[in-house]
Write a protein that binds this ligand. Structure first.
Ligand code: SF4
Length: 476
């Protein structure tokens, strides 16, 4: 996250300030980069106030930028956009990745870095193979996933209990400390029968992220909620897509989904009135936007009556030129965007399901308008034929100032048990420790009071390391 993301209220008069700043979290960002095995280049990441200790290098070198990235870098060189009274430079930067690249020999004072491969076979997955199937899962596990951390933890003292669902937190009414967590173990997921158990400990950590953490607290009679902020301020990055055809073959559908982005528009005075955004440059053509290449095959066969060589030629000519940009828009905290529970919605185990209330505000809508206008300028400059179309029947279709837009969710869910410096307006302190129950920690992206414009995994991991420091101190 950018330094200004931590002080939105004091800098721009919107959202809220964090109880910590970028400099305080920076050492924990380094721990997170080691744990995840981040591939990136420090020089490419020095923008908008981001700083690094002298001599710092990431664990691995940056994932090579795609042919498309390099083509766009040249095409937008020197470009500026005007937002309000200010001009902002448009430039392309490589994107840091939780994806194995080439270990940096200078990492850790010259000790280097050993990438974690597949949890099933550590000899595979030590390098990204560039085969373009990262979402939902990397088949060789060159992409980080939490099983890697869990597997390392199991070698020490972590026991993982499978087919189990945390059900309730128990409270000691005298001390106001958590005294146990009951959970249900089930046999068959389709028609489960279960047994109930309780774990007891000195400290309890909820690590179910922004949906399940508040749900469990609410299901336990509203624990840790004297501020009434549990479940509130749910945020995501609403993403606006634009797509078009480049004038020439740019090698779409090769390599990881995205290797670069335009980051220079993430911060500025405009954030007083509308959200910032980062622009993801997609290597996978119109896949996310229009289900390419499957939809292209279908269209060319059923509507253009193309077969054989003519179909192959048309596909090659079209699909290889597909460009898609994604504007990941910053969302402000809104107490009415929330996770709740209801007696009407229970699982087969009798547990509450999360009930989600979610809307976007004028702050995000105004960002969509700026994003589409910026996309138009970029397409004009690069010579892209715009094919963007927003379907009025889509659930994400919205209008603003007479124009229609469509957004998708990004799955970057944050903000439902935010940290703060005041127990009246936050759920935990800056160490992610509950204000109400001092042996309870709430970790995960729910801790984040604002979302900024970066994907939240690195920040939530840095916060976990900060919390772990506090827990270790307590246990000693
Ligand atoms: S491109 Fe994606 S799926 Fe393929 S190896 Fe790299 S990270 Fe894994």
């Amino acid at each position: 996250m950018l330094p200004n993301d931590f002080r939105m209220k004091s800098t721009y008069g919107v959202g809220t300030d964090w109880p910590i700043n970028y400099q305080q979290l920076e050492p924990h960002y380094q721990q997170a980069e080691r744990e995840i095995g981040v591939s990136a280049n420090v020089e490419d990441q020095r923008y908008l106030g981001l700083t690094f200790p002298p001599g710092y290098v990431y664990p691995m070198k940056k994932v090579p930028q795609s042919y498309l990235d390099r083509r766009l870098t040249r095409a937008v060189a020197g470009m500026k956009v005007r937002y309000g009274q200010e001009d902002y430079e448009v430039f392309v930067s490589s994107t840091p990745q939780g994806r194995n690249s080439i270990p940096h020999p200078d990492y850790d004072g010259g000790k280097g870095y050993k990438p974690a491969g597949s949890v099933d076979d550590p000899d595979i997955g030590q390098r990204c193979e560039g085969n373009s199937s990262c979402i939902p899962i990397c088949p060789v596990q060159a992409k980080y996933n939490a099983m890697k951390s869990l597997q390392a933890a199991r070698r020490h003292m972590v026991e993982v209990i499978y087919q189990a669902v945390a059900s309730r937190l128990e409270l000691d009414p005298e001390t106001r400390r958590i005294s146990g967590i009951t959970y249900k173990r089930y046999d068959r997921p389709s028609a489960p029968t279960f047994t109930t158990h309780t774990v007891r400990a000195r400290l309890y950590v909820l690590a179910g992220n922004a949906i399940e953490n508040p749900k469990l607290l609410l299901a336990s009679g509203g624990l840790a909620n004297s501020s009434e902020q549990v479940g509130r301020n749910l945020m995501d990055h609403p993403i606006l897509l634009t797509w078009g055809l480049m004038p020439e073959n740019i090698g779409a559908f090769r390599g990881p989904g995205s290797t670069s982005g335009i980051e220079s528009l993430r911060d500025g005075a405009f954030r007083r009135h509308r959200g910032g955004y980062r622009i993801e440059i997609d290597n996978w053509g119109w896949n996310f936007a229009a289900n390419s290449p499957y939809s292209d095959v279908s269209t060319f066969v059923t509507q253009k009556n193309l077969f054989g060589k003519a179909l192959r030629t048309r596909l090659r000519d079209t699909v290889s030129r597909q460009l898609r940009l994604g504007f990941l828009v910053e969302q402000l905290p809104d107490p009415d965007n929330r996770v709740t529970i209801s007696e009407d919605w229970k699982t087969q185990l009798g547990e509450y399901r999360p009930v989600i209330h979610y809307r976007i505000s004028e702050y995000e809508l105004a960002a969509f308008a700026a994003a589409k206008a910026t996309s138009d300028l970029i397409y004009q400059r690069v010579g892209v034929e715009d094919f963007t179309q927003y379907d009025t029947g889509d659930p994400g279709y919205v209008t603003y100032m007479g124009q229609g837009y469509k957004y998708n969710g990004s799955g970057h869910l944050v903000g439902t048990h935010r940290i703060g410096s005041d127990p009246k307006s936050s759920v935990t302190n800056a160490d992610l420790r509950s204000w109400d129950h001092d042996n309870l920690y709430l970790v995960g992206a729910g801790s984040m009071p604002t979302i900024g414009t970066s994907n939240p995994t690195l920040t939530l991991t840095a916060l976990v390391f900060k919390a772990a420091q506090s827990m270790l101190k307590e246990l000693r």
